[in-house]
Design a protein. Structure first.
Length: 256
């Protein structure tokens, strides 16, 4: 930034790192900046993008000028597959929702969820207007329409994007399910009309240490039994499985 001068703004993957947003795959290892005027260039690992950047889409984080959360999400989503665009847009929507109030995390699973979802989608849609004519932007509009700040990981958002691509019925996200014991749980995905729960077991979901994983898996087995005893069916998948295998498993559970 010191070398680039006062007109430069941290953006794209680098902006995502500054904001702590989700990054779609593949993740560029270049440092990304955006300026107005000139041409795109790559110099010693610094990639400079040239584009119009309204002042309201720039913020300051730890002394660095950086594209806003919404603009960063839109930039990261452009020219991606739908699953990866949804990683960027869901991540931005979640960051916007969590920044809106101290109790936003609890609200994403409560009665304020609809208002938070609407707010984050409006912010993303307004930002999208400044780039809607650019190449690779059609997928961004679709991802914004599907955005859900209740998605809790990039793997969940990526999984949902693959379901949409496969034309499976759209699942509810972070759906409340009552077990046979009367205990309420939240499912990663649910198709309530089919009494089906989907769980995306991403890396680190059950903890980092062996003790954490063992305890978490024990609780998860009890949770699953309780929900199944209430008449629900489970489908699970993890990040090591081929996407086509997961989609086939879901399709069988949904239609047989």
């Amino acid at each position: 930034m010191l070398a680039a001068g006062p007109a430069a703004v941290v953006s794209h993957e680098s902006g995502g790192v500054v904001h702590g947003q989700w990054l779609p795959l593949p993740v560029s290892t270049d440092v990304h900046l955006t300026e107005s005027g000139g041409i795109d260039r790559l110099d010693n690992g610094v990639r400079v993008h040239q584009s119009r950047l309204p002042v309201e889409l720039v913020t300051v984080v730890d002394g660095l000028r950086v594209t806003s959360v919404a603009r960063t999400g839109v930039d990261l989503a452009r020219a991606r597959s739908l699953p990866e665009a949804m990683v960027a847009i869901d991540g931005a929507a979640r960051a916007l929702a969590l920044a809106s109030s101290p109790d936003a995390y609890e609200s994403l699973r409560g009665p304020k969820r609809g208002a938070l979802s609407d707010m984050s989608r409006r912010a993303l849609a307004a930002t999208f207007e400044s780039v809607r004519a650019w190449p690779g932007s059609v997928v961004v509009r679709t991802a914004i329409d599907l955005a859900d700040p209740a998605s809790e990981s990039p793997f969940e958002s990526r999984s949902r994007g693959r379901m949409v691509e496969a034309r499976l019925p759209t699942p509810y996200v972070a759906f409340p399910v009552r077990g046979a014991s009367g205990t309420w749980y939240f499912a990663d995905f649910a198709w309530p009309e089919r009494r089906l729960v989907g769980e995306a077991d991403g890396t680190g979901k059950y903890g980092r240490s062996d003790t954490e994983v063992t305890q978490s898996l024990r609780r998860e087995r009890q949770r699953q039994r309780d929900i199944e005893d209430a008449g629900w069916t489970f489908v699970r998948w993890d990040s090591t499985e081929r996407p086509a295998t997961v989609i086939d498993r879901l399709r069988r559970a949904l239609y047989t």
